[in-house]
Design a binder for this molecule. Structure first.
Ligand SMILES: [Zn+2]
Length: 74
């Protein structure tokens, strides 16, 4: 396995927002959790255009977004 660490990582297993494993199952044989979860458009807007619709945002980022928006800022 080789890794090109000088370019933008287009690995579709990596969340474009937090650079962590997105646990996407699309690449695997079973359906991904992300097909059942509504991804906030505010989050997808943060994904670089080159990665949009190619790479999944991870569950952690979606949850974090939902938590941040569910609770009033204090
Ligand atoms: Zn993420």
């Amino acid at each position: 396995m080789t890794k090109d660490n000088m370019t933008v990582n287009k690995d579709d297993t990596i969340c474009p927002l937090c650079q962590q494993q997105n646990q996407c199952g699309i690449a695997a044989e079973h359906a991904c959790w992300c097909t059942k979860v509504k991804v906030p458009s505010e989050l997808t807007q943060q994904v670089p255009a080159s990665l949009k619709n190619n790479v999944c945002i991870c569950q952690a980022c979606i949850e974090k977004f939902n938590i941040d928006n569910a609770q009033p800022a204090k």
